[in-house]
Design a protein around this ligand. Sequence first.
Ligand code: FAD
Length: 469
Amino acid sequence: MTLTEDKSPVLRNGTIQDLEGRLRGELVRPGEATYEDARKVWNGSIDRSPALVARCAGVADVIAAVKFAKDNGLLLAVRGGGHSFPGLSVCDGGIVIDLSLMKGIRVDPEARTVRAQAGVLLGELDRETQEFGLAVPSGIVTHTGLSGLALGGGINWLMRKYGLAIDQLLSVDLITAEGELVKASVSENPDLFWGLRGGGGNFGIVTEFEFRLNPVGPIVLAGPVFWPIEESPNVLRFYREWIAEAPDELMTIVAHRKAPPLPFVPRELHGKLVVSVVCCYAGAVEEGERVMKPLKEFGSPVLDLCVPKPFLTHQAMFDPSFPHGWWYYLRACDVAWLTDEVIDITVDHALRIKSPLSTFVIWQLGGAVSRVGEDETAFGGRSAGHTFNIAGITESAEGFEVEREWVRNFWTALEPYHTSVYVNFLMEEGEERVRQAYGAEKYERLRALKRRLDPTNLFRLNQNIMPTT
Ligand SMILES: Cc1cc2nc3c(=O)[nH]c(=O)nc-3n(C[C@H](O)[C@H](O)[C@H](O)COP(=O)(O)OP(=O)(O)OC[C@H]3O[C@@H](n4cnc5c(N)ncnc54)[C@H](O)[C@@H]3O)c2cc1C
């Protein structure tokens, strides 16, 4: 695409005013008051300047914007919640189709279903569904976008009982690269529905999701238990045996970091490296207390915040650790099991954490996630034991390179044990890594689907599946 001096795209068909006239939402251009906010994404290290941001108010706006981008050969980014780690929801030049105004949520408590539009954030969805003691298994930070998360899979606190977000997905409305509305479910366009459950934004723009709901809480036994870092090798060894017997109701995340200066953390721990096992028991609290007892009594915990609390409160627990605008560099991998070697590498690199913000979390998989067949959806890695997500974090550019180096070294040390990778935890790592996320066979099936639905790769700012030629 060519840009004029004022960064407006040189258009083949139609004009910017034509598009503006067709939008019920807003068209934002460089220099306008809302432009700086419109181009910002969650990861502060991403600094891109689109020529146009179409803030869509509804399906008609999305159709107009897709056709406009296609007819004019514009680079196209699609934004749900703006939380893509590598910032794939904003582009330089080109147009961003921003869905964040599309906030409709409708819960049907009788049918136990919910319809949610593409701009909904996880906390907004939980707020509506928890009113009825129900939930979609979604993700662990409330300001993450439902769209990008659910299209990649959606790992979450409830997944060992209710599966990934995509395992409760019933149907979607989607705008294709031709600007046409199609529906997808197990009975309507089943191939597309298969690909959408893990294949990300490759096949079109989802404007609305329909999910099955399941009972959760509203009070759950949840939260972290902390130990000093010196106990990490023993805690991890105990932990792997303990979770081997865990019921599906229990989901855990192991986190290593310097204890943050938050009000609930005793002052003497601030800035000290700690290991924590964060739990969520998606069943009766008394049952959870029984399951949690051995963990809570292991070694000498310095702080135990695993108590009964509203599920909504637990969902927001990690929010302060991952605010908008900080600089983030993340690398991820799945491993089969916490072997002694994996534990030794983990402890070694935990001890190298210098920044008060950098951290890494180890997700426990299994349960309902692993009972869905690897080929039933596009999502890859259902049989992995754990997902590592290593995050180098700074408040600004200062010190960022050092944190990136720590992340890269840690990730590389784990390389012999990698089994797969969760597609939503990839940075811009190239086609081979996308193939690894799905596995070679599924990747080829996804490429064929992509060729059918988007042969010119209009939707390419994503973990891109190259259409077969
Ligand atoms: C703080 C934080 C916490 C996270 N926690 C979790 C977690 O608990 N579980 C988990 O599974 N993942 C988690 N993730 C990863 C998350 O799933 C991805 O970053 C996801 O892409 C976020 O979706 P989004 O809509 O906010 O992103 P965006 O940046 O808006 O979009 C990401 C990608 O999806 C595409 N896309 C977005 N909306 C649509 C749409 N409606 N139709 C088609 N394509 C679309 C975009 O084009 C882009 O390629 C987390 C990320 C962050 C930053």
